[in-house]
Design a binder for this molecule. Structure first.
Ligand code: SF4
Length: 703
């Protein structure tokens, strides 16, 4: 490392690649992949390698606090004192009049662990409400429930290093070739070097990931549970289940077997739109594998039956005994850089810090005692979409939104707009005016960005890394922890007078002592000097834990893994009808990230997929009299989108695809995919149904 170099972690996806940041004499930033980093070994994807453009370009940044006294006045620049005094006075008065559950915080999987921890301590410990949720609710909460109910805790069992040890991969509801590119590069290399490695991809679209697969199961959207159960049944019928593992280390197999018995592979094949031969082929590959890894992301999680889909997928690892040994296990892929860190510190409405459970009285008491407060409220907090429902109905009066852009990313954005207008007080704490959400703020607070503050993050494989502060934030922007702590003190709360992010981390680390995510022997010094660590790190000089459950003891009361049975096999989304005959599925493109407030600033990232298009199968295009390049109008019960058509065989009949990144600021609100999506949520995980909206599509005719 040279003197003007510093090591950090990419601020985009949950792969968590190591980056070396260099500064020139004009303080301009350059980035390159960190060759010594265990995740990326020097590689960076298109987004990561262009991060310096985002850091150097401050033209869109929010520089000063802004406030408006009433909705009929424009916002004006104010001092930090005025801004936070007003926030504290409004929050106090609303809480006094309507109670603590009338306010809420909506935070982000991009927040650092220290920020997440403080926001949760402030809300659950001191404001007295559990109304704090995160945009990670939109991408992985179904996986959290899946892990908790199967293994007893939200614990990703394996590491990227297991990729090179496996010989069979089932990638489902994910397109890592575009969305987790460095992880995918490792997979590609592994297969190049080991041609016997088999890759099965389940996806209604022929993505770049599917094109790389040995077997692509192009299922009808929503039929995942039927498909995974059919694979399991075929494994069972071929005598390839691992009876020793099932008998000794699991519970609930008999009931699971009963559900498998209800649908034959032949019947499943018809329901899923996948040939019986391919289902059986996939089952044989999985059943005969030495090391089987399943990987999944939003395609599974973002569903009204997302948790049940997780159960059905996790059961494949249990039936084959592919957990707790090298090169095997289920592996959910997180989309945001610190979705995992947020889960660790209880950054969701139904969680408490260190994986404690909000609904457990003893856990609430322990956390309250640690924070020195009387109690934690037993009332479950509002989750992401519920918070905006409550704003719309008037139950929630004030919302504080930090580091996320719900006006583009939440489902049914017209409803979100209505909710924001109906709120009595909206605080938006962010870095960029490119966020559509800023327009609705009564109070705007400028936050520091990547490299402008220090803290830690945890990637998809439980790997904690330290991110240093390397440059000063522009204008008066401040680190989020400083903003939260300053506000807390103005509310009159004690316990927020930290001198640094490190003190916050140390408090959190002390809280983990003796738990399954113990990092009490991991501090900033070790992270700075020795690099990244995978939790738990529970002893002096402990090197971290790449793989969990090697002793086959799970975190459930019986220490056995549990077969959870999906409540049903059928998708309960609103089904297509005469008025809305097609199924819309939304997703991501290779070079953009989230709502493009960062990647949208980089011109070279716009060349790959310059504008949103509707992917439609030639048969559906023909029936709708649409040609490639025509402007189409897509309608659902919730709104309208107008974009050009891309007629392609890559998508199955009856299904259309729209990317979700574009919002009003960047194009027009008619490009916003979430105008169409529903607010229906999975009853267990509260994750929205982004992957299944019934729509109609027609050629747009100018009036
Ligand atoms: Fe960043 Fe993810 Fe790309 Fe790695 S794969 S460089 S973490 S966006």
């Amino acid at each position: 490392m040279l003197k003007n170099e510093v090591k950090t972690t990419c601020s985009y996806c949950g792969v968590g690649c190591g980056i070396i940041v260099k500064k020139d004499s004009n303080n301009k930033i350059y980035v390159e992949g960190d060759k010594d980093h265990p995740v990326n070994k020097g590689m960076l994807c298109s987004k990561g390698m262009n991060l310096h453009y985002v850091a150097n370009d401050t033209s869109d940044r929010i520089l000063y606090p802004e406030m408006r006294w009433s909705r009929s006045h424009p916002r004006e620049r104010v001092s930090w004192d005025d801004a936070l005094d007003r926030a504290a006075s409004v929050f106090k008065s609303i809480i006094k009049k309507h109670g603590p559950d009338s306010v809420g915080f909506y935070v982000s999987g991009q927040s650092l662990t220290e920020e997440y921890y403080i926001a949760n301590k402030l809300t659950k410990g001191f404001l007295g409400t559990n109304n704090i949720d995160t945009n990670s609710r939109l991408c992985m909460s179904s996986a959290v429930v899946g892990y908790k109910k199967t293994f007893g805790e939200d614990s990703v069992p394996i590491s990227y290093a297991d990729i090179e040890l496996a010989d069979c991969f089932l990638i489902t509801g994910a397109n890592p070739a575009w969305c987790h590119p460095i992880l995918f590069r490792r997979l590609e290399k592994h297969k190049e070097e080991n041609p016997d490695v088999k890759i099965i991809v389940v996806d209604p679209r022929k993505t770049d990931t599917a094109n790389f697969a040995d077997i692509h199961l192009q299922l009808i959207p929503g039929t995942d549970i039927i498909l995974y159960n059919a694979i399991a049944r075929s494994i069972f019928e071929r005598g390839l289940i691992n009876e020793e593992f099932i008998n000794n280390y699991t519970e609930g197999f008999d009931k699971y077997k009963e559900q498998l018995g209800e649908t034959t592979v032949k019947e499943a094949s018809k329901l899923c739109g996948v040939s019986e031969k391919d289902i059986r082929k996939a089952a044989d590959v999985i059943g005969l594998a030495k090391g089987f890894i399943s990987m999944w992301a939003m395609g599974l999680n973002q569903s009204v039956v997302g948790t049940d889909k997780n159960f059905a997928l996790l059961n494949l690892s249990l039936i084959t005994g592919q957990v707790g040994k090298p090169g095997s296990g289920p592996f959910s892929l997180t989309g945001q850089p610190n979705a995992m860190g947020g889960r660790e510190v209880g950054g969701m409405a139904n969680l408490l810090a260190v994986h404690k459970d909000l609904m457990n009285e003893e856990h609430r008491r322990e956390v309250a005692q640690f924070w020195g407060v009387d109690k934690i409220s037993p009332t479950p907090g509002l989750t992401a979409t519920q918070m905006f429902d409550a704003l719309e109905s008037g139950k929630l009066k004030a919302i504080w939104i930090a580091c996320t852009n719900p006006l583009v990313s939440l489902p049914n954005t017209h409803r979100v707009e209505k909710a924001m207008k109906n709120a009595k007080f909206v605080v938006v704490q962010d870095i960029s005016f490119k966020s559509d959400t800023v327009a609705y703020a009564d109070l705007v607070l400028p936050a520091a960005a990547w490299l402008e503050k220090e803290g830690t993050m945890t990637n998809s494989e439980r790997r904690i890394s330290y991110l240093p502060k390397e440059i000063n934030a522009p204008g008066e922007a401040r680190p989020d922890v400083e903003i939260f702590c300053d506000f807390a003190q103005r509310m009159g709360f004690r316990g927020f007078n930290y001198n640094s992010a490190e003190e916050i981390y140390d408090e959190y680390a002390a809280m983990t002592k003796g738990t399954n995510i113990d990092v009490s022997f991991l501090n900033y010094d070790r992270l700075k000097n020795e690099g990244t660590f995978q939790w738990p790190v529970s002893e002096y000089r402990h090197p971290g834990t790449p793989r969990l459950f090697q002793d086959k003891k799970f975190y459930t009361p019986s220490q056995k893994a549990i077969f959870n049975i999906p409540a049903g096999i059928v998708n309960t989304s609103l089904q297509p009808n005469e008025a809305y005959p097609l199924i819309l599925t939304t997703g991501r493109v290779r070079d953009q990230w989230h709502t493009m407030t960062k990647t949208g600033k980089v011109s070279r990232l716009k060349t790959h997929y310059p504008r949103p298009v509707l992917e439609i199968n030639p048969v559906d295009a023909y029936l709708s009299k649409i040609k490639d390049g025509d402007i189409t109008e897509i309608k659902s019960e919730n709104g309208t989108v107008r974009v050009r058509a891309k007629v392609t065989e890559n998508i199955g009949k009856g299904v259309v695809f729209l990317p979700m990144h574009w919002g009003k600021q960047l194009q027009s609100d008619l490009n916003r995919a979430n105008n169409l999506t529903n607010t229906h949520i999975d009853p267990q995980s509260k994750e929205p149904d982004f992957k299944f909206t019934r729509v109609s599509v027609s050629k747009y005719k100018k009036p």
